[in-house]
Ligand binder design. Structure first.
Ligand code: FES
Ligand code: FES
Length: 163
């Protein structure tokens, strides 16, 4: 029996402010679409099962784990990856705070941490340390112990760094 080939679908969406149209296999995950098709290597694949948060991106203004979304489901959506955070090639306030507070070591979790932190600050511009921890509960870091990450997010909040 002949094995049926994957069907594909024409999908148009906006990624980091640019309209993108592609023929996408029905089963391709958003993370693989972003990394392999669009060559956006900021979002990382950690677990591929929705647990680590390394693949976190923004979808229509809310964070999603892009390993849990099919790319074809994002038709018409606005997706933002960590690449969208820099301003004219410069680190934004939140990224700068992560750097200044040593909130990363290997950096593998950082793109997801930044996207979740931004989302948190957009909803809660002055979070307590407890609220930062709760806001980042879906993002795992195996290096830092989280203390510096929490400090960085609160420092960015002081600077109004919710963009
Ligand atoms: S790779 Fe998506 S949550 Fe871990
Ligand atoms: S900095 Fe290494 S996993 Fe977070």
């Amino acid at each position: 029996m002949e094995i049926e080939k994957d069907t594909t679908h024409e999908v148009t969406l906006t990624v980091n402010g640019e309209v993108v149209s592609r023929e996408i296999p029905a089963r391709r995950l958003l993370i693989h679409f972003l990394r392999e098709d669009l060559r956006l290597r900021g979002p990382k694949v950690g677990c591929d099962t929705g647990h680590c948060g390394a693949c976190t991106v923004s979808r229509n203004g809310e964070t999603v784990k892009s390993c849990m979304v099919l790319a074809v489901q994002t038709r018409g959506d606005e997706i933002e990856t960590v690449e969208s955070l820099t301003e004219d090639g410069e680190l934004n306030t939140l990224q700068q705070a992560f750097r200044e507070h040593h909130a990363l070591q290997c950096g593998y979790c950082t793109p997801g941490m930044l996207m979740s932190s931004r989302n948190l600050l957009q909803h809660n511009p002055q979070p307590t340390a407890e609220e930062v921890r709760a806001g980042l509960h879906g993002n795992v870091c195996r290096c830092t112990g989280y203390v510096n990450i929490v400090e960085a997010v609160q420092a960015a909040a002081q600077e109004g760094g919710s963009r």
